[in-house]
Structures are given as structure tokens and as C-alpha cells.
Design a protein around this ligand. Structure first.
Ligand code: 6R9
Length: 658
């Protein structure tokens, strides 16, 4: 393999000793039928009706899958439904109006509880308000909110009136927001005055204001007052206060708009291989069916559970597994505004304890932090309510996997390691917790009906244990339908590499490297493209590089990932200054400022190494792969083919990795 991360080198795939699901779990699991893999194989694609059956349809679909226009697949064609109806109204009709839908835990220890009826009232009022503002079916509404209840309410209000939402993670910068609003030509924005970061009031509205100044279109804006007197703000003529609006529309209801299964439910921007973020388009029927099904089959959620996914709704994990999946099943979802270590490092376990959480889903980066902080924090609390633990966002190696199971899951809860992506919409690779053996360090096999393969450059399956490219060989309901930026980019990003259109063979390429064992268990090794995964968040190296080269005095920049115990990968930036000048005292700070303002603080490098020149090939290409090896302290091999081999020693000395 020729990827930059060197996964082609022979290295053993690190898996720990397998563990069977405990009997007590298997007896009560949602999916206990061991034949399910064969059944799904035999009945494919009709097997996916099982997922669609978890939803309420206004009109039944005619066909499960239409593959005539591959790779633009259609699922459940002819069917009509509304996602907000599925996540809210139908639970009222089922007599569960006073069942808790969302338990919100605020940063400062505040709690709010929303029953399904409360959610119904608020979603309707805000849907009516959006209509009042002029939002029509298919208008893209941008939502730029932190983890406050208005966020899922606004998403569901959009879904109710058939207006696709585009949620932008609240920690992203004004520029990032503007790029996304521009790309989606979005004329509506829902944001807030600010939010608390650790103890401090942080101004979100000024970022939103700056973004609005730089987009061409007029933007109708709704502002949620989160901070009250802690951050007084004044509203402009085209801005409305969220709570005032809801009061104005108090008691109003809006009929859920019956959407075609293939109509867009939402857009989600994610980092791609170029500097331009990709607008991933998700359709209503297939997406909702797939997230509901995997919430049921993988996360084992029942309506009676209290379930907590400690992700941010601003990313796909929160869309699928805080909002749409769990609410479609009518469960109680915990939503947490804060961080795991504020006010103390036992905050999450205090919340699990007080809410008697049954199922807990988080990211390896958090698990590695818990491990570092030590087991005293979870030990202070009663975690016996937990039945299942989940992991998502990055590879989890056996050590943190075992620690998680041991110290959070009392050595007894099954752990599901779920591999999926913004583009896949829902989980693709995982064990089924009531049936499958778990192998720490391997996510698991493709779910029933999902055809994952690890292939070589030519697209042929690799031998067990060998590294290759992680691909998906058949369509699945939750898959992205296209990119908002265009069908061509959708084909070139995901399909061109391994498909053979002449033979009508379509293979989706994930951008990840992986290995697969004799039992079909996949160990994901990491990204092979220009995307780095820091604490489970996808960042584009090109986007960071361009923020750095925007800085006066910078000549060139190369950004690479360095393995990190804490965050999976950390960002190393190699920078050469213009005219070979010594970097002055301010340049480091100006680089950090530029990255924070164009992308956000999450993209800040942990190390900026100044070098007179970057290592280049004879044709003048920056050797990022070599820089990555330097950052990781790897053996560099022969560097004599470089145009400037003498620079290598200097960079190593600067990086402290000689
Ligand atoms: C859901 C989500 C997708 C990328 C993906 C991969 C990495 C996600 C993983 C995992 C190993 C897992 N990834 N889950 N790697 N094991 N269980 O995270 O979506 O933000 O689009 O990121 O995350 O590299 O390609 P997204």
C-alpha cells in the first residue's frame, strides 16, 4: 500500500482475548437471533424492511432499493414519512406523553426534563415560528448552537416543516460558519448569545454576527438567550429572540409535512481531502430507518431505557445517536452541556449515577482521559445501572477497551466498538452485543446486510491480518445520497477509486485503512487521506495549512498527525518563513490566531516547528509522509532522493525527535 501513514508495513493487529456476551445480557438483548446474518444475506435488500418497520410511514414504500442510478441509490422509494412525527408525535399517540424524552444536564448543575409532550409543544411552536419567519419546505436552516435543548428542538422543528437543517458545531469559527452558510445558500440562522466554557461566559453571537457580515445573502436570525444577565446582548432588526418567538406562537401546532423517503432530512458538513468542507446530504427514510435500527440492534436501546451518548449534536454522532435514533425509539436520552472534568473529573459518573443510565456511548479519547485520571472517580459512584457501553469516533486499542469495561462496566457490561462515518449515517461495523463475541481492539464484523471488505490497491480482498483499504460493497439505507456541492464530487470522493462503472459494480471507499481477521472482524487503523482525527474529530490538513499560510511572514506549511496517547492524533505543523527569515516572536501566536479564527480552537497544533525549508521531492512536492515519520520519531529510511536531504536533520533537531 502506498498510503502516507505507513499502514502497509507489516505490523500485528493488536487484539486482546475474545469475550463472549454475558448470559444476563444475551437473555434480554433486542437482537438474539444468531441466524440474523444469514437471514439478512438471503433476503437482501428486503432484509432492510426490518429497519423500516421501526418507523411510522404516512404512505408505504413501493421498493426497498432502487439501484438503477448507482451510486445514487434510492431507498424505500414511494414511501412518505416525517422524521419529527416519528421522533415525537407517535409516542404521544402510543400513550407515552409523559414519558421523559430528554434529560438535559447543564454546565452548572442545572437540570431540565422534557417529556414527549413537552417536546411536542416546543417543536410545534418553533416550527410555527420558523414558518412565520418565511421558512419553506426545502429551505436550508443553519443551526449554530451549543448543547442546549433548543438545539434538538430546532432540528425537529425543521424536520417537521421539511426544511433541511445544517448544524454547524458551536466551537467552529465565524469563518467556518460563513463558508458553510455560503455553500448551502442558507438564509436562516439559529444561534445564541453565548454559552459557558468551563466557568466563563463565551460569546457565540459575535461569531455569528461576523459570519453574517461575510455571506452575501440576507440572513434571518433567531437568537436563544442562554446566558441571561451574564452576557447582555442587543438584537438587530433582522434578529428575533427565540423565547419571544415561541411565546408569540404559544400553543400553535403545525401538521408534520409528509416527506418523500428520498427528500433531504439534513446536511452535515465534514472535512474532506481538500480545503473545502463537504456537504453530506442525508435522506429522510433510509437515514431514519438505519439509525433507529442500529439504536435498537447495536446500542440495544429500549423505550424504557435512560440512554446517554456523550457526544456533541454538532457532529454526526449526536445527530444519529442523541437525536434521531433514540427519539425514534421513544427512549429517554440524556443530553449534557458540559465537559467531563468540570466541576470535577467524576462529573460523568455523577450524571450516570443520578439518572440511572442504562446505556452509555462515548469516544476513545474520553476513555483514555478517564484512564489517565484513574478509577477513583468512577469508583465514587454507583454505576450498576449500566448495561451496555459503546465507543465511537476513533480506533480503541485493547488497553482502554479493557479499562472501560472493567472500571465503568464493572467488568461485566458488553462493549460495542462502532465504526461508521458522517457519510454512512449510521453504524456499519460493530458486534451485535447479545450475540457476537467481542475482540478488544477490533470493532467487529459488518452488521447484518452490510458488505465490508478490506482490499488492496487493485480492489482485491487482502489476506487476513494484512492492512488494506476499508470499503463497503453494497448500498445501505443510511448512506449519504450525494454531496451538496455536486454529484461529481460525491462520485470522485467515494466511488471512483474501487468501482467499475462499465460492469455496474459499485464500491464505496471510506478513506480508512483497516485489517480484517479470519472471522471477518475489522480493525480500523486510521485515515489514509489528508484528514486527521483529533479526539474523534475530523480535520483537514489542507484547511489547517491554508490557515497557516494566510499569516504574514509564512512561506509554506505542512500539517501532519502525530500519534498521541491522549487524543489519538495530535497536530504537528511544520512552517517555513518567508524569505528564510527567523520567525519573530509574534508569528507563532499569529498562526494560532489564524487557525482559531478560520477553523476553531480544536484545530490548534500541539507543536509548531519552524524550519528554513520543508523537505521536497525533486518535482517540488512537500514530503508530508516524511514529516509524519519525523513527528512520530519513526525510522526514516533513505532520504537521498529528496531535493534537499540536508534539511531532514535540522527538522529532526527542531522537533526533538532525532
Ligand atoms: C461517527 C464518526 C469518521 C471517521 C472514520 C474513522 C473514524 C469512527 C471509529 C473510527 C476506528 C471506530 N472512526 N469510528 N475509527 N474505530 N469505531 O466518527 O463520524 O466524524 O465522520 O468520522 O472516524 O477514521 O472514517 P466522522
Amino acid at each position: 500500500m502506498v498510503d502516507r501513514n505507513g499502514w502497509g508495513r507489516d505490523r500485528p493487529v493488536p487484539t486482546g482475548s475474545p469475550r463472549s456476551p454475558p448470559d444476563w445480557f444475551a437473555r434480554q438483548a433486542n437482537v438474539t437471533d444468531e441466524e440474523i446474518y444469514e437471514t439478512f444475506e438471503r433476503d437482501w435488500p428486503d432484509c432492510w424492511e426490518r429497519a423500516a418497520d421501526l418507523l411510522s410511514w404516512d404512505e408505504p414504500y413501493d421498493t426497498v432499493l432502487n439501484d438503477e442510478n448507482a451510486p445514487f441509490y434510492e431507498w424505500f422509494g414511494g414511501g412518505k414519512l416525517n422524521a419529527a412525527y416519528n421522533c415525537v408525535d407517535r409516542h404521544l399517540e402510543a400513550g407515552r406523553k409523559n414519558h421523559v424524552a430528554i434529560r438535559w444536564e447543564g454546565k452548572h448543575g442545572e437540570h431540565e426534563t422534557y417529556t414527549y409532550r413537552d417536546l411536542y409543544v416546543e417543536v410545534n411552536e418553533f416550527a410555527a415560528a420558523l414558518r412565520g419567519l418565511g421558512v419553506e419546505e426545502d429551505d436550508v436552516v443553519t443551526i449554530y448552537l451549543p448543547m442546549i435543548p433548543a438545539l434538538p428542538i430546532a432540528m425537529l422543528a425543521c424536520a417537521r416543516i421539511g426544511a433541511p437543517h445544517s448544524v454547524v458545531f458551536a466551537g467552529l469559527s465565524a469563518d467556518a460558519l460563513a463558508t458553510r452558510m455560503d455553500a448551502a445558500e442558507s438564509e436562516y440562522l439559529i444561534t445564541c448569545d453565548g454559552y459557558y466554557r468551563r466557568g466563563d461566559a463565551f460569546n457565540q453571537k459575535s461569531k455569528a454576527d461576523n459570519a453574517r457580515l461575510s455571506v452575501e445573502q440576507d440572513v434571518e436570525t433567531v437568537v436563544v438567550d442562554r446566558l441571561g444577565d451574564d452576557l447582555p446582548h442587543v438584537l438587530g432588526d433582522d434578529e428575533r429572540d427565540y423565547h419571544d418567538l415561541c411565546r408569540e406562537y404559544a400553543g400553535e401546532t403545525v401538521d408534520p409535512v409528509s416527506r418523500d423517503a428520498e427528500d433531504m432530512l439534513f446536511l452535515m458538513y465534514t472535512s474532506g481531502t481538500t480545503g473545502e468542507p463537504k456537504g453530506v446530504v442525508h435522506a429522510t427514510g433510509g437515514y431514519l430507518a438505519h439509525v433507529a435500527w442500529t439504536s435498537h440492534a447495536v446500542l440495544d436501546i429500549t423505550p424504557e431505557d435512560t440512554y446517554w451518548c456523550a457526544a456533541d449534536i454538532g457532529w454526526i454522532t449526536g445527530h444519529s445517536y442523541i437525536v434521531y435514533g433514540p427519539l425514534a425509539l421513544g427512549t429517554t436520552a440524556v443530553m449534557y452541556e458540559g465537559t467531563p472534568d468540570y466541576p470535577d473529573r467524576d462529573r460523568l459518573w455523577e450524571i450516570v449515577d443520578r439518572n440511572a443510565v442504562d446505556v452509555f456511548y462515548t469516544a476513545p479519547t474520553a476513555i483514555r482521559a478517564f484512564m489517565k485520571w484513574g478509577s477513583d472517580y468512577p469508583d465514587r459512584h454507583d454505576l450498576s445501572s449500566l448495561r451496555l457501553l459503546g465507543s465511537v469516533g476513533e480506533p480503541i486499542s485493547p488497553r482502554p477497551w479493557n479499562w472501560y469495561r472493567e472500571h465503568i462496566g464493572r467488568g461485566d457490561c458488553p462493549v460495542v466498538d462502532t465504526w461508521w462515518q458522517t457519510e454512512t449515517g449510521a453504524v456499519i461495523v460493530s458486534t451485535l452485543p447479545g450475540i457476537d463475541e467481542m475482540k478488544p481492539g477490533a470493532a467487529g464484523p459488518g452488521l447484518p446486510g452490510i458488505d465490508v471488505a478490506v482490499v488492496d490497491e487493485a480492489g482485491d480482498p487482502v489476506e487476513p491480518g494484512q492492512a488494506g483499504y476499508l470499503t463497503i460493497g453494497r448500498p445501505w439505507p443510511g448512506m449519504a445520497r450525494t454531496l451538496y456541492d455536486g454529484d461529481d464530487r460525491f462520485r470522485s470522493e467515494y466511488w471512483d477509486r474501487f468501482s467499475d462503472p462499465d460492469r455496474d459494480e459499485w464500491v464505496y471507499f471510506s478513506g480508512d485503512a483497516a485489517a480484517i481477521d479470519e472471522d471477518g472482524y475489522v480493525t480500523v487503523l486510521g485515515r489514509i487521506d489528508d484528514v486527521i482525527n483529533v479526539s474523534g474529530r475530523r480535520l483537514s490538513t489542507m484547511e489547517i495549512e491554508s490557515a497557516i499560510t494566510d499569516v504574514d511572514g509564512v512561506a509554506e506549511a505542512a500539517v501532519v498527525g502525530r500519534s498521541s496517547e491522549a487524543t489519538g492524533t495530535e497536530i504537528y505543523a511544520y512552517v517555513s518563513t518567508a524569505g528564510g527569515h527567523d520567525p519573530d516572536a509574534t508569528i507563532r501566536q499569529r498562526i494560532v490566531d489564524s487557525i482559531e479564527s478560520t477553523i476553531g480552537p480544536i484545530a490548534k497544533p500541539s507543536e509548531i516547528v519552524f524550519t528554513p525549508e520543508l523537505p521536497k521531492t525533486r518535482s517540488g512536492k512537500i514530503m508530508r509522509r516524511l514529516l509524519e515519520d519525523i513527528a512520530n520519531g519513526e525510522d526514516l529510511g533513505d532520504t537521498s532522493s529528496l531535493r534537499n536531504p540536508e534539511i531532514v536533520g535540522e527538522i529532526q533537531a527542531e522537533s526533538g525527535t532525532e
